[in-house]
Design a protein around this ligand. Structure first.
Ligand SMILES: [Zn+2]
Length: 69
């Protein structure tokens, strides 16, 4: 099972290597994580960097957490 984010406006999805609960966590705290990322200089976990990039790219769009087999 893979978990990811989908942008309902653009019809695109990403599938970072992490759990659904971590993806929800990131989505709920994106404002905080974005600030942390500014000061971490590449020290973020891969899935956080990947997820954050997607959330930034689709700011203001309708993003949902999705699961596929
Ligand atoms: Zn979008």
């Amino acid at each position: 099972m893979q978990n990811g984010y989908k942008c309902e406006d653009c019809e695109v999805a990403i599938w970072p290597a992490t759990t659904r609960s971590e993806l929800s966590w990131l989505k709920d705290r994106v404002h905080v994580v974005r600030e942390v990322a500014k000061h971490s200089h590449g020290g973020l976990d891969m899935w956080i960097a990947e997820g954050l990039e997607f959330l930034n790219e689709h700011q203001g769009h309708s993003i949902i957490t999705v699961t596929k087999r």
